[in-house]
Design a protein around this ligand. Structure first.
Ligand code: NI
Length: 264
């Protein structure tokens, strides 16, 4: 299994000496063979690159989360462009729009999102998208040739099945995480069943959004099988088949990832 969205760069995954390393060992024992550590600001992006450079089976993503749009400086822009050439950097993200918390003004979010889409396009990299209560605007910004060419993922899918199909039409994958196991997540359940199997990716978004029965506690990549089981149920296929397909999809979505995986 490949966890396409985890945050070993987050303080909550590093509560004591060796915390992250122990969590990585538990994940490996649970069958996780690949990880993408996703940045959300300058420091976490730098840390994601460091982790990927020092651990087998890890790729990094770098980017400014919409919450931090006002921290998007020229310095950060130059860092992103430089990181994009690093072979351990498999995507630009997480970038996008968040109108739920609106921590940065919508104008700033849009400008910074569009700029980072351009950087991804110049580097021929896929994008990892965070989108909350902003699907219409996000999908319209993602409707561009570079996204059709280099793709990406709408992470932690929470939209409707109609929006899911629209996202697929733009050339993107959908990431399913812990919320898939929540009883009330009707939209997520219907979306997971509605899109082609070839567009499904698995993720945890740890330390956030633990799957049932760990809901409310810290999440970690070792729990990803619970997500795989639920998605397989929703599709009426075996967990083995779903996991195999999601692995293939992850390599297809992030072409720079496979060379970083042991034994490829
Ligand atoms: Ni995230």
């Amino acid at each position: 299994m490949i966890d396409t969205h985890c945050h070993y760069n987050h303080p909550q995954m590093n509560l004591h000496e060796g915390d992250a390393e122990q969590s990585i060992a538990r994940a490996s024992a649970a069958g996780v063979t690949g990880f993408i550590v996703v940045g959300y600001d300058l420091e976490s992006s730098r840390r994601a690159v460091e982790i990927a450079e020092t651990h087998p089976n890890f790729g990094a993503a770098v980017g400014m989360h919409p919450h931090g749009a006002q921290q998007y400086t020229e310095e950060f822009d130059l860092c992103l462009q430089e990181w994009a050439h690093n072979p351990v950097v498999v995507a630009i993200g997480e970038i996008g729009l968040d109108y739920y918390r609106n921590i940065s003004p919508a104008d700033d979010q849009t400008r910074v999102f569009a700029r980072q889409l351009d950087i991804a396009s110049n580097a021929k990299l896929p994008v990892i998208i965070h989108c909350r209560d902003a699907y219409a605007d996000a999908l319209s910004l993602l409707d561009r040739e570079s996204v059709k060419a280099f793709g990406g993922v709408m992470h932690c899918w929470a939209g409707s099945p109609e929006q899911a199909l629209q996202t697929v039409t733009l050339g993107m994958h959908l990431g399913f995480g812990g919320t898939t196991t929540y009883a009330k997540a009707q939209n997520v359940h219907e979306s997971a069943a509605a899109i082609p199997l070839s567009r499904i990716l698995l993720e945890t978004d740890c330390p956030y959004l633990s799957p049932v029965p760990h809901r409310g506690k810290r999440n970690e990549p070792a729990y990803i099988k619970l997500v795989a089981n639920r998605v397989a149920d929703l599709r009426g296929i075996s967990a083995e088949e779903l996991i195999e397909e999601a692995d293939v999809n992850s390599r297809q979505c992030f072409p720079r990832l496979a060379p970083l995986l042991k034994g490829n």
